[in-house]
Design a protein around this ligand. Structure first.
Ligand SMILES: [Cu+2]
Length: 474
């Protein structure tokens, strides 16, 4: 019987919309999009639907009181940001897969069709269910082979921010992008209801410069750090109206812990995959670590402005950098540039005074870099280059936004006198208190740390001092 319903549903997907409605009426199916509500409005079940930036919510059908979802595991072409496209694996055409949304007390039935070249399974991370529905290949079920469809069915007896991901060849399948959020709303509503509810999955990718398939063997040196599988500047801004209560639900299925930081507010950490915590357990923070395999919910009342929201691991807010390069800071590279240009046309020695000029070079087109590879820092704001990548986006709060309007409102218009500004061009300006010893010519006589001494990178010759011959390989 279950199988027959599924075949009907699967067949219906290929019929035109008018026929589809009729088929559904005849079979007792109801089709629901985006959690059956228009954005910004509560659903008939009383919850505010989650908004997944750069993502989407999986529609479901009601079949005799059961919410039916259908996931398809498959290879996809994914764009991290314009200029970087890769073959990834995901669900229903995207990475992350669509967000599944339901309410405590719902019974859900989830079909999983495998269109990957190898077997898979789906584990419902953090969800209470019968052991046989837990999705661990070899332990609680046989693998879902290519071409097969399995069905999972369970009743939701909890609420919170959860995730789903394969539990079969996880190292490869998750490195390729297979994961999604599974949000369960409390059945009795919430004491302090939120106005905007965002869901963000944190991930990392071994997409090496010049390549088009993520490398699943990477353990530490990842190239891309993403929110919902996008990197800055392609991550949607989170928008809110001044004074609204905003919740950001974050899940981490990457291989690093991410200290997520919000500017402009002291948020409260209010929940996790353990549900929305009792009020007494909420705590004020400005940075919250979302550890690997964890979820965290943060909430705040939105103040007007453009506020950075990012991982505080500074390499996680950069796009591909190339690893193992010698430290160019303070290294005199004169003469080197011409030498290297004879081998690498267009090479630019840089980094001697810091890397702040990197984006100017890449934007100017004189540093093209490898194919299909983003610049390390990107994005343009009202005051110039932003020079960021990876897990960085903006929270844009405006006084005049309609509920449910998630469109980017452009840049913030600061009130008069509320922008930091220049008061002098003279380095001798004022009389700031200073302590310690300033760097001078003698400081350069200190030995430069030799990376080769730590092993692993090899081939630099290890002649110490100001060798600087590795330059900066973009
Ligand atoms: Cu991070």
């Amino acid at each position: 019987m279950k199988r027959r319903n599924f075949l009907l549903a699967a067949g219906a997907a290929m019929l035109p919309a008018t026929t589809l409605t009729r088929v559904m009426a005849e079979t007792g199916h109801e089709h629901h999009n985006e959690g059956d509500a228009t954005p910004g409005e509560r659903t008939e079940q009383g919850y505010m639907p989650v908004h997944t930036p750069n993502g989407w919510t999986l529609p479901y059908e009601m079949n005799n009181g059961v919410k039916e979802f259908h996931l398809v595991a498959e290879e996809i072409e994914h764009e991290f940001a314009p200029g970087s496209v890769a073959k990834c694996w995901g669900y229903n055409g995207t990475t992350p897969g669509p967000t599944i949304e339901a309410v405590e007390g719902d019974r859900v039935r989830i079909y999983v069709t495998n269109r990957l070249p190898e077997y898979t399974s789906v584990h419902w991370h953090g969800i209470h269910l019968p052991s046989g529905m837990d999705g661990v290949k070899g332990v609680t079920q046989p693998p879902i082979h290519p071409g097969e469809t399995f069905v999972y069915e369970f009743e939701l007896n909890q609420h919170g921010t959860h995730m789903y991901h394969p539990h079969a060849d996880e190292m490869v399948q998750m490195a390729m992008g297979m994961m999604g959020m599974f949000i369960i709303h409390p059945k009795d509503g919430e004491i302090e209801p939120v106005d905007r509810d965002y869901a963000i999955l944190l991930h990392n990718w071994g997409l090496h410069p010049g390549t088009r398939t993520p490398d699943p063997s990477i353990m530490v040196d990842f190239d891309l750090w993403s929110m919902n599988s996008k990197v800055f500047p392609a991550i949607d801004s989170l928008v809110a109206k001044t004074g609204e209560r905003v919740r950001i639900r974050m899940g981490n299925l990457s291989m690093w812990n991410h200290p997520m930081h919000v500017h402009g507010v002291s948020f409260e950490v209010t929940g996790s995959d353990g549900g929305r915590w009792p009020r007494e357990q909420w705590r004020k923070e400005t940075t919250e670590i979302v550890a690997v395999g964890q979820t965290r919910d943060i909430e705040f009342i939105a103040p007007p402005g453009d506020w950075a929201f990012h991982c505080h691991m500074t390499h996680h807010t950069m796009n591909p950098m190339g690893h193992g390069i010698a430290n160019p800071l303070g290294v005199d590279q004169s003469g080197i540039e011409e030498e290297i240009r004879s081998i690498l046309p267009g090479y630019m020695a840089m980094g001697e005074h810091g890397m702040a000029d990197h984006q100017d070079h890449t934007d100017g087109g004189h540093m093209p870099g490898p194919e299909n590879t983003l610049a390390m820092g990107m994005g343009h704001g009202p005051f110039g280059n932003i020079g960021m990548g990876g897990m960085f986006t903006l929270i844009k709060v405006r006084d005049d936004l309609e509920p449910g309007d998630f469109r980017d409102p452009g840049w913030y218009w600061h009130p008069d006198g509320e922008v930091a500004h220049k008061v002098s061009d003279d380095p001798e300006f004022g009389s700031p208190v200073r302590r310690g010893k300033l760097a001078d010519a003698d400081s350069e006589k200190l030995p430069t740390p030799d990376r080769d001494a730590h092993g692993g990178h090899g081939g630099h010759g290890g002649n110490g001092g100001h060798n600087g011959h590795d330059g900066h390989d973009h």
